[in-house]
Design a binder for this molecule. Structure first.
Ligand code: BGC
Length: 721
């Protein structure tokens, strides 16, 4: 079995949305959805740009999709050759995970079309496609190749004022509505055949039409280069795009491909997890690592990754806690500069977080739940649409999911703990921790008649129960945030003047005392028979099986949470919450306690978020139940192969790739199966290898040193690299 590629035979228009995700090509700068070259907007083609957002009218802000520079339509004797057309005899599409190569083969009878394309890992602005047509019937071939503006948008269109120019390269420029960002796409082609050429501009874009008589047995090859730049990249995006694609054309497709492959090889050398013993697992692991690596911001040092990667505009292209909790671990252990970029994004968006806290009447930094550029909050007050009334539902993710700030502080201090690199803290990370702790301080509730401080009116990771008090996860992660703030003095012990200056600048001395006192008083978890109550009053909720609650749904797309949701009055939870806490703070809990909580909460968890299974798998490993972890691992790692996960929240489409699961797969393999822990910059192993695997190896790096971890059923070894 080829564990490095996924192939699918047949073309069902109803699969178009899922296939666009499954066969995605991306390079951190942009994502090219895996639909055929000729697909019109009804099949969800998109080139989604990282960090470029727009809002149209009163709709949700979302990332901008660029005009599609790899659009190619082929016809033979006037008959269009489209994958979903009646002439199609056979169609396969695939993605090679090793080098991010999308390929298709479509047999139309008189013509066989093959193509390969990629989003260059060596030049983030470049997309390239090589198409070969094997002609079996003589006649006239027409190829319309150009830049299509007939693109998929959820809340668009976002671009207007299109300008087209045709020369050796085609050029298309347009502006976004809100911020007037110019998006420029240029395209050049290289054909190994002579053809009559014509340029056509229409409402759907700018095209070069190549027409030629063909003989049976003839083969025509066309290489297409497209480059994308925006005015966020520099002053002359149109010229930059044209230069880039003409440069690529001059170098040729093979040279572009070689550089792209080399760049991917360099990535795999740093992070490849090799699993031996189960081919399905190896495939799923490769898929996961591909999907996470291909959306990593390698072209910038201050960007994060949206929750659906670059697979489209779902989830508003926003950055969630997924970044710190699920993407960060793989990167910090294998490619720390990317982990650094995720966190620099938070440092640079601190002003947005300070503003949000102020808006809500708090001090410090309250980070956006759905963060867009500049830390702008993308989450609205009405984030779900009711399937029955079609009315927006008031949701509280934005206002009450306060753990986000503590999650960021957690990752910020983990970065230092794992890499030993203090520079991030010096360059604003310490300030982020202090401002997050200050927010936690101002958000705490104290009582006249009790020494305990608590957190009322919050939402924990289990979003189905809104506005609860003392969510165990939230309180614990806040405690860690407070401790991180207190610990900074030690971190800067060799240069106390630096630390003191920061405290003075932030007028923090008094807060520090209050934080110390709060850390000693914050309400810890409450237990019943060893099971931690997820929040105050949780055990008093209706305790019924998951299927009973599922059976109460009247519409499969119905939202389970909130005031009217089927789960809100029951103990059924959306995703790991107490268990997520146990996974993050393993030293707080004994093995028996973890097992007792796991057995209680797992059957009550819907796993309605793709973030859930990973946390259960990690704790299952730790409990010495790798067989339980195995199923959850497979579910997590294969999510972007199966196209699983929820596609709808109420009336909102939330499909896309699942970078959090992709990161989760690495976490289960490395932190769970191998039991990797970094202690003072030195790795340690506590292996729990499931019987399905014979051997597991993966590289890690920390503090400029590299190791290869190897785990078998005989034990684990850490070899210097
Ligand atoms: C989950 C959140 C997550 C978000 C983005 C939601 O369904 O409940 O925890 O951050 O999706 O992945």
């Amino acid at each position: 079995m080829d564990t490095w590629s996924l192939e699918k035979a047949g073309y069902a228009p109803s699969d178009a949305a899922a296939d666009g995700n499954r066969f995605l090509c991306a390079n951190g700068y942009m994502g090219l959805r895996g639909v055929p070259e000729e697909a019109g907007s009804e099949r969800f083609p998109a080139v989604t740009l990282a960090g470029v957002y727009d809002r149209r009218e009163d709709r949700w802000r979302e990332p901008v999709n660029a005009p599609h520079g790899l659009t190619v339509w082929v016809s033979l004797n006037g008959e269009p050759m489209t994958a979903d057309g009646t002439a199609t005899l056979r169609h396969t599409v695939g993605i090679g995970y090793r080098h991010g190569l999308w390929r298709r083969e479509t047999d139309f009878g008189p013509l066989l079309l093959r193509s390969t394309r990629f989003a260059s890992m060596a030049d983030c602005h470049l997309l390239a496609d090589r198409m070969t047509l094997e002609v079996r019937e003589a006649g006239e071939v027409q190829i319309r190749v150009g830049i299509s503006t007939d693109i998929w948008d959820i809340n668009g269109p976002h671009l207007s004022g299109f300008r087209f120019r045709a020369g050796e390269a085609l050029r298309c420029e347009a502006e976004t509505g809100e911020k007037r960002i110019t998006v420029a796409v240029s395209q050049a082609v290289q054909a190994d055949f002579e053809a009559a050429e014509d340029i056509r501009t229409g409402p759907d874009g700018l095209f070069r039409v190549l027409t030629r008589s063909v003989r049976a047995g003839e083969s025509l090859t066309l290489s297409v280069y497209a480059a994308v730049f925006t005015s966020q990249d520099g002053p002359e995006p149109g010229q930059a795009a044209e230069d880039a694609c003409l440069r690529a054309k001059a170098g040729g497709f093979d040279a572009c491909l070689r550089k792209h492959r080399d760049a991917w090889e360099a990535i795999w050398r740093r992070c490849e997890v090799v699993t031996e013993g189960d081919d399905e697992a190896a495939l799923a692991m490769h898929a996961s690592q591909y999907h996470l690596n291909c959306v990593a911001p390698r072209h910038a040092d201050n960007m994060s990754i949206p929750a659906r990667g670059l697979s489209g505009q779902t989830y508003k292209g926003a950055v969630f806690w997924d970044s710190e909790m699920f993407f960060f671990p793989m990167f910090v252990h294998t490619q720390p500069e990317i982990a650094r970029s995720l966190l620099r994004y938070r440092i640079e968006t601190l002003p947005g977080a300070l503003k949000k806290a102020e808006e809500y009447g708090y001090r410090g930094a309250f980070y956006a739940w759905e963060s867009q550029e500049g830390g702008r909050e993308g989450c609205t007050d009405f984030n779900v649409v009711d399937v029955f009334t079609h009315r927006p539902v008031r949701t509280y993710f934005r206002d009450k999911q306060i753990h986000i700030s503590a999650d960021i502080a957690y990752a910020m201090s983990r970065y230092y703990g794992i890499t030993g690199d203090r520079s991030l803290l010096e360059e604003g990370g310490a300030r982020v921790i202090l401002e997050c702790a200050r927010f936690c301080l101002s958000r705490a509730n104290t009582h006249m008649d009790s020494d305990e401080a608590d957190y009322a009116d919050v939402i924990g990771p289990d979003e189905y129960h809104e506005r609860v008090t003392n969510n165990a996860f939230t309180n614990r992660i806040i405690l860690s945030c407070l401790r991180s703030a207190l610990h900074l003095r030690d971190v800067f012990r060799d240069c106390p003047e630096r630390y003191d200056a920061l405290l003075r600048e932030l007028r923090y001395e008094k807060d520090l005392e209050l934080i110390r006192s709060l850390a000693a008083r914050i309400r810890g978890p409450r237990r019943r028979s060893g099971v931690i109550e997820q929040f105050d009053g949780y055990f008093g909720l209706e305790d019924c099986p998951l299927d009973t609650v599922r059976g109460r749904l009247r519409d499969p797309r119905e939202y389970w949470g909130g005031d009217h949701g089927v789960a809100g009055t029951t103990q059924i939870i959306k995703q790991a919450d107490v268990i997520a806490m146990m996974a993050l703070f393993p030293d707080d809990f004994g093995d028996d306690e973890v097992a007792r909580n796991w057995d209680y909460y797992e059957p009550r968890t819907e796993h309605g978020s793709s973030l859930s299974a990973c946390m259960y798998a990690l704790t299952a490993c730790r409990m010495g139940r790798p067989e339980k972890a195995w199923d959850l691992f497979m579910k997590t790692a294969s999510i972007d192969i199966t196209g699983g996960g929820k596609q709808w929240a109420g009336e909102i489409y939330i499909g896309g790739t699942h970078p959090a699961s992709n990161g989760g797969a690495w976490m289960i393999a490395a932190l769970g199966f191998a039991g990797l822990r970094m202690k003072g910059g030195v790795p340690e192993l506590h292996p729990h290898l499931p019987r399905q695997l014979k051997r597991l190896t993966f590289p890690i790096e920390a503090g400029g040193r590299g190791w290869l971890v190897e785990v078998t059923h005989e034990g684990g070894r850490i070899l210097p690299r």
